[in-house]
Design a binder for this molecule. Sequence first.
Ligand SMILES: [Zn+2]
Length: 119
Amino acid sequence: MDKETRKQIEQDLDNELTKMLSVVTVDKFHSFLTDRGLIRGLTCRMCGSDDIGVPLMSFLGGTPFLNYSKVDGGGPPHSLYNYEYRLPCNNCGFVHSFAVYPVLKWIEEQEGNGAKSDR
Ligand SMILES: [Zn+2]
């Protein structure tokens, strides 16, 4: 495989991933947390503050979605396991991180069910 082809494939994988992760809006993320038992919402593990930042990103005109960070998990570079959400406490600065995978899986399950009942 030449360098250009490899670059193109990398680019496609990046785009694919971003498209996949763009379904994770703040509302859906909060629904996920509630569903998983965080009924009081996000509170800081360290200081107990509920002032937790949820960084967002969006494309032009698109719905904002949770900004994600890439970590080097040592596996395949585009594996979902290498992506996480970093949510800093605005009070003490402690950074909470959530794996992307369970959130995405939960949303897909929800929307899959919704689509079925519409038919
Ligand atoms: Zn804190």
